[in-house]
Write a protein that binds this ligand. Structure first.
Ligand code: SF4
Ligand code: SF4
Length: 177
């Protein structure tokens, strides 16, 4: 069924715009005294809520060993085909503690190459969900840019560096100190 829209017929007072101007000024005045929600980025940075899915990191054990056992589950789960993992034999003499019995035998594996193409990534968090060792995690870091496409491919060292920068809590709280 169609909708009938009545033609607007302006009153004589509308032709002076006085009422409209006063109404507009009232709205401006009302917002003038409200709490400001604009953030002066980049001087001030918004704190993302817990669970925000930003830049990835590769987690380490307390003794500094990489948690990743190069099982490739994250790469298989990734819908954007953004992760590349090439396993090599673990360089660690002692095996690492494994949180997953199923993959306990994988402790001998180590990520020789671990790369994430952040331009392909859609930040869905499937890699984090799929990881049996809680080795890959999405952090609260949201303001990252690149000058070239190849800079968007994060290698193992960059991912471990993000772990060091985010392990003690909120990255932006630390930055503000
Ligand atoms: S967040 Fe999603 S798209 Fe990005 S690397 Fe992980 S699984 Fe792939
Ligand atoms: S990050 Fe997790 S899922 Fe991905 S290869 Fe390493 S251990 Fe496996």
């Amino acid at each position: 069924m169609g909708t009938i829209i009545k033609k607007y017929e302006p009153k004589w007072s509308d032709r002076f715009y006085l009422v409209a101007i006063l109404q507009g000024m009232m709205i401006t005045l009302k917002h003038f005294f409200r709490k400001k929600i604009t953030i002066e980025y980049p001087d001030v940075k918004r704190q993302p809520k817990p669970g925000y899915r930003g830049l990835h990191r590769l987690n380490k054990h307390e003794d500094g060993k990489i948690k990743c056992v190069a099982c490739g589950m994250c790469a298989s789960a990734c819908p954007a085909d953004a992760i590349t993992v090439i396993p090599i034999e673990s360089p660690y003499e002692e095996s690492r503690p494994s949180i997953s019995e199923k993959y306990a035998q994988s402790e001998e594996r180590f990520p020789g190459t671990f790369e994430i193409n952040e331009l392909r990534c859609i930040f869905c968090g499937m890699c984090e969900e799929a990881c049996p060792e809680a080795a890959i995690e999405l952090t609260e870091i949201y303001d990252f840019t690149y000058l070239a496409r190849k800079q968007a491919i994060m290698d193992k060292e960059s991912l471990l560096d993000i772990f060091d920068k985010t392990k003690n809590g909120n990255f932006y709280l630390q930055e503000a100190k």
